[in-house]
Design a protein around this ligand. Structure first.
Ligand SMILES: [Zn+2]
Ligand SMILES: [Zn+2]
Length: 357
């Protein structure tokens, strides 16, 4: 199957239906416009939402779908009005490639909350054509939605920061949970949680990982630098930790009780949800009232903040723990991801393993 709406030939992996099975796909990218950056994709992370989208689990997928929103590479061409980038620069594209650029949210650099935000894949671009993500050899994107990957960050381990990294960094900043000495909990030690621990530690926080798996204690503390570990199913441990946390970032995307988490918060503590369970969670109001506690949400971050996050990561040597895979391994990787069998992010070696035949 081929798709030729644009002049630039592109090659990638696409799912054709809700089986989610990825197979080679010839398609096209637009010509590099005045404010566009074109780059050779070198690596692309595999996010859990790729899996949801491939299988149409959120009901919004349109096929064919080329996933991938943790994209890094090297600039090969820039439009005549591009100011920030030049050929050879190391760049990345995260979860969005466009927005209206004029609404209140856009003018406040929170394009991620623009009602017309355009997703990197599975969306419709300004010209009416579908957007295709980073499981592909070439990317064209308006420079406003491109970030610079600092030289000190290797590209493969930086890729997951573009979604997982900003998803954790942004709520820590916005909810004021970035002040040294605060005690925060991070629920779930997966792709999101493990980078969250690293950002939180670099901000000078005391970090407790909260997990259902006691087996993750050692890696949480020794590998990622968490200060403490709490098994959420252990009533005694949970009881002992009641009222000790200034904030909690909950990365779990399965349906789960949040009452115990609210109990862990100090008075005026904040519980921030960044996972997306398919069904509503039960919200117990009484414990919120009694402690003036806050339950909030957060979804990735704006472009300015995404750049700030990458610069912060470079300064503090924060990278994702990854397993690099070849393009022909993606379907197996998806099966493993569905079982959470990855430490902690798969990253596709696009440049070396995804070439048009
Ligand atoms: Zn993602
Ligand atoms: Zn807007």
């Amino acid at each position: 199957m081929a798709e030729k709406q644009h002049p630039v030939p592109a090659y990638g992996l696409a799912a054709r239906d809700h089986s989610g099975l990825l197979s080679p796909f010839n398609f096209s990218r637009r010509e590099t416009g005045e404010t566009d950056v074109k780059f050779k994709v070198l690596y692309c992370g595999i996010c859990h939402s790729d899996l949801h989208m491939l299988k149409n689990e959120w009901g919004s997928s349109t096929y064919p779908i080329v996933p991938g929103h943790e994209i890094v590479g090297q600039v090969t061409e820039v439009g005549s009005k591009v100011e920030k980038y030049k050929v050879g620069d190391r760049v990345g594209v995260g979860c969005m490639v466009g927005s209206c650029r004029s609404c209140t949210n856009c003018s406040q650099s929170i394009e991620n909350y623009c009602p017309k935000m355009i997703l990197t894949y599975g969306g419709t671009y300004h010209d009416g054509t579908p957007t295709y993500g980073g499981y592909s050899d070439v990317m064209v994107c308006d420079e406003h939605f491109v970030v610079r990957v600092p030289d000190s960050l290797p590209l493969d381990v930086a890729a997951p920061l573009l979604c997982a990294g900003i998803t954790l960094y942004s709520p820590l900043k916005f909810y004021g949970l970035d002040k040294p000495g605060l005690h925060i909990g991070i629920v779930g030690l997966g792709g999101l949680g493990h980078v969250g621990v690293k950002f939180a530690k670099a901000m000078g926080l005391k970090v407790t990982v909260i997990s259902t798996s006691p087996g993750k204690k050692q890696e949480a503390i020794e590998r990622h630098g968490a200060d403490a570990f709490l098994v959420s199913r252990d009533q005694e441990q949970m009881q002992a930790a009641m009222g000790t946390m200034d904030g909690i970032i909950d990365t779990v995307s399965a349906v789960h009780p949040i009452m115990p988490l609210i109990g862990l918060l100090k008075t005026q503590g904040k519980l921030v949800l960044v996972g997306a369970p398919e069904k509503p969670l039960e919200l117990p109001v009484f414990p919120l009232l009694m402690g003036r506690k806050i339950v909030g949400g957060s979804c990735i971050g704006g472009m300015k903040e995404t750049q700030e996050m990458l610069d912060f990561a470079a300064k503090h040597n924060i990278t994702a723990d990854i397993e690099v895979i070849s393009a022909d391994y993606v379907n197996t990787a998806m099966e493993r991801l569905a079982k959470n069998d990855v430490k902690y992010r798969f990253v596709i070696d696009v440049a070396n393993t995804m070439q048009a035949p």
